[in-house]
Design a protein around this ligand. Sequence first.
Ligand code: ATP
Length: 598
Amino acid sequence: MSDAAPAVSVAKRPADVMKKLVALCKQRGFVFQSSEIYGGLKSAYDYGPLGAELKRNLMGEWWKDMVTTRENVVGIDASIIMHPNVWRASGHAAGFSDPLVDCKVSKERFRADKAPRPAVGAELPITCPDKGVAKDWADQIEKNFGIIMERDGNVLSGVRAISASEVGFFPKGASAPTKTWPWRGYVSPTFGSAFLTEEKQFNLMFRTALGAVDPMAEVSDIIGDMFVFDEALLLANDRKKGDELIAAVRRKFPKEASDKEHPIGKAIEDGNRHLIIRTVIEAVTRNSMVYLRPETAQAMFVQFKNVMDSSGMKPPFGIAQMGKSFRNEVTVEHFIFRSCEFEQMEMEFFCEPGTQKEWMTFWKEARMSWWRRFANYPEDFVFRQHAKDEMAFYADDCYDVEYKYPWGWGELEGIASRTDYDLTQHEKHSGVTLQYVDQEKADPKTGAKPWKYKPYVIEPAAGATRALLCFLIDAYHEEERTTATGEKEIRTVLKLHPKLAPIKCAVLPLVKKDGMPEKAREIIAALLKAGVNAKYDEKASIGKRYAKHDEIGTPYCITVDGDTLTADTVTLRDRDTTLQIRLPIAEVVATIKARLEA
Ligand code: ATP
């Protein structure tokens, strides 16, 4: 063992970092595909032994920073299933949906709000998976749209964005289009096609049923009843099927059917059979249907009064929560970046109306410093302020913390100034007053004491599983090194912040004999007793063991060797520099603890 580190040239991030990370996550036990032995479940992931530790450490650091080290923030742990009216009040039941579009050629389904938007005047080539597919798609386009696109290898060209709302087909060399179509300004993300369907809204919340009633049985009973009834009428009167359906719905739901404001009444007015059946099903299941929460935030508004009454907190103060959220995402992408089941870390900070700007500045700084504290490359975390037309109508300011993912900048956390919108909505829907009464202050409008107000809210809302991915990307390094014998080698090392690292210290006997394993066990016992997550490891050569612990991000390795037995000293190897120092066994625990705390 040498004290000198080999010559190193650092390759910050290989181009195929995602491919390598996904493989490493599986091989080393960070993240597995859910239900893999059954072929896997789309967009669901399981965190293995190392991933579970990493996630706990990360979320623990957030909790420590946001809750336990602050006097003015408390935490809650609310249920995932809440009263369905919570989601009606918050707007999620109606509006928590993505505009969905299908490509008419490739059949790719994607979110319109996330699709690429080429500039006016730009060529809109379709990049097909291969030459054969290009031929098929060109034939399809000719048949369905009456144009012959130019084919060059796997690329079809000729379509151009004439304006923000129109595309045209320009045969080779033509200056004017021979055909034009209306356009909504975007193309499909994978192939770049502008041949798209209308946008459809799709609710992202997962629904399930609560209680002993099986909603499907209820639905089939009611619809079954309606149709048995109908069939008799159908035979007797020989009426058209559509009329029969409407007549049956009118008999079963007379009040709702005649109310043009009710979804059933509206659907009958519209005459759309599918919509009529859908609204009937919605009406029948409404009382037993509940949702899996699509965000952790609403519980903080719903429990605002209980928290204030029970804890004596008063504005400015925050309520924080972290945990699982569920969204039936249409586009699941980039490994765990966007999945259907994920974890969030959110806080609602309640402050006096008029002070929201100061608090926004405060929380922006606090949150950015938290992200950068754990990063090797702090410059990869930036703010992006939302434009007015991007913000929810009730918000008066909003910033995203964006991270430089290998595929480009993307959201990691949203920090929104939400005014008093959420408390107002829950007050309206629940009938419970959700305000703070400040006995000391006069109402700025009337000048009279006390001042009763609904606090304004600053909401820093971060993704925990997305954060885990971002810190894995930040940590992933490949270093080309020249060994003592002059050979080139690549060292893969996860430079995770020691506070996040799943295993803090590995204890390695140089060989499995001469009393070294016993000494190593003594050291590990002392580390575990001191609360350090340490692991004993005696498999494979010492070089292979160092390589494995570099790859999983273990910041320190303690090696027991021949000198340990005679001089009671060990080596301490640093993951990032690979430098080793000798130290007495008696100092191991204190040294490791001090380094972890530093
Ligand atoms: P996006 O624009 O990426 O869909 P969003 O604006 O809908 O995100 P928010 O509702 O603000 O996200 O949620 C707060 C945070 O939760 C996001 O910044 C992100 O880190 C995380 N998050 C949201 N949806 C997902 C998901 N499907 N998978 C993993 N993390 C998510």
